[in-house]
Design a protein around this ligand. Structure first.
Ligand code: ATP
Length: 415
């Protein structure tokens, strides 16, 4: 399927079934802003929980924080964002449309053929004001990348825990960028969510940890995607001055996460700008960063899962990510004893596992509707007293399962 076509289909499915909505749609929308709907928020939460547990439970020496969106304005001077968080743009002298200079091949406007200006730099940090009295307001920034709060809390984490280098701090949180060309659905937004690990190490072990996290992160993404051949590394050739190497993990050739060699740059700069000592046992720790996009991963997972078959559309999502794990149906609608039994089974299951009830239309339509949102198992309650049928989303095969075994049946499948 052609990529643009697929993206359109996914955006349409997301809206129709309540995964993602354009923000402020009743006012005509706001470019680069999206809301997650009832199914989207479930899937996104599942994704974030998997990420969080994987770092904090399956690895040693990693703790989390949850920092603010607005930090001291000096943070963004120290980080270099005030001076250089820029996108070069060219403007058409005739229609005044602006284009990212990287995207422009000729010196003429792609929209009207007019002449373009030389590229000028535009800062993409989003600013706001603190305070209420005119003339006394302070300019502040909505964080352009979430990781800065980790550097700000580095000393507090070391002092308040017994953690020793090498160790990591993780965070999932919002970031804001005045992207010049937001688009491709939720691929490039102005408000989005990032998940970061900052791994602090002695300089002598930097190479080892960089390679370790590069491999670990790829393995993690591979565990969630069906078609692992669509996940690749991209090695950057143009590097910032403090980086020895940099890689992106890409899906279909597009960046999902960056693995960055940050060395002592961040803590060094914050130490310099704040005047505070940020050393650990006499040296400034070096940092390996893994910084990914939650929304991009969400989108790529949908692209990977989206499958058109002869007579159905199915989202082959990893069951751990699916908004609902199980749908419960009564075989027929007008038999009270079946409905009653199905309702009671549904209410029991619901406290153990994410579950949805459906008694509309016929069974075929219900299957179709659940396949489209990626529900891995559909349970049909029929005339059998002690058992039900469980239908598998991917194989469409049904099997009989004892009601008393149902809970452990699903728990085993989800392991
Ligand atoms: P790009 O080159 O696509 O602009 P970047 O290299 O600037 O991305 P980073 O600053 O390394 O991105 O941010 C880490 C991750 O945050 C990216 O890998 C991406 O998944 C996500 N991300 C960055 N910008 C956006 C955005 N505007 N919308 C959604 N996700 C984003």
């Amino acid at each position: 399927m052609k990529q643009d076509n697929l993206m359109e289909k996914i955006a349409s499915l997301c809206k129709r079934r309540g995964f993602v909505f354009p923000n402020s749609e009743i006012y005509g929308g706001l470019q680069g802003f999206y809301d997650y709907g009832p199914l989207g928020v479930e899937m996104k939460n599942n994704l974030k929980q998997l990420w969080w547990k994987w770092f904090t439970r399956e690895h040693e020496n990693i703790v989390g924080i949850d920092g603010t969106i607005i930090d001291h304005p000096k943070v963004w001077e120290a980080s270099g964002h005030v001076q250089s968080f820029v996108d070069p743009l060219s403007e058409c002298k005739k229609c005044h449309h602006r284009f990212k200079s990287d995207d422009i091949i000729t010196k003429t406007c792609p929209d009207c053929g007019g002449e373009l200006t030389d590229p000028k730099n535009f800062n993409i940090l989003m600013s706001t004001e603190l305070g209420v009295i005119e003339g006394e307001k302070t300019r502040a920034y909505l964080r352009g990348e979430a990781c800065q709060t980790i550097y700000l809390d580095f000393k507090n984490v070391v002092d308040s825990t017994r953690i020793k280098i090498p160790f990591g701090i993780v965070q999932i949180g919002k970031a804001f960028r005045n992207e010049v060309t937001p688009g491709n659905f939720i691929f490039r937004q102005r408000e989005f969510e990032q998940w970061d690990l900052q791994w602090f190490t002695h300089p002598s072990e930097m190479d080892k940890w960089f390679e370790f996290w590069k491999a670990e992160r790829m393995k993690w993404y591979q565990s969630l995607f069906n078609d692992q051949s669509r996940l690749t590394f991209y090695q950057h050739e143009k590097l910032v001055h403090y980086a020895k190497k940099a890689f992106d993990i890409q899906f279909d050739g597009r960046e999902m996460e960056g693995i960055h060699w940050r060395q002592d740059w961040d803590l060094g700069r914050h130490s310099e700008y704040s005047g505070k000592d940020l050393t650990y046992e006499g040296y400034i720790p070096w940092i390996v960063e893994t910084s990914g996009g939650v929304d991009r991963t969400f989108l790529f997972l949908l692209m990977d899962a989206y499958t058109e078959e002869k007579d159905r559309l199915v989202l082959k999502l990893n069951p751990k990510l699916a908004p609902y794990k199980v749908a419960v149906f009564p075989l027929v609608r007008n038999k009270e004893e079946i409905t009653k039994k199905a309702r009671s089974l549904y209410l029991n299951l619901k406290s153990q596992i994410s579950c949805v009830w459906d008694d509309r239309g016929n069974i075929g339509k219900r299957y179709y509707s659940q396949d489209e949102i990626g529900t891995p198992w559909c349970v049909t309650v029929d005339y059998e007293k002690d058992s039900v049928t469980v239908r598998d989303r991917d194989t469409t095969k049904q099997e009989r399962v004892d009601i008393s075994q149902l809970d452990s049946y699903f728990q085993n499948k989800l392991k």
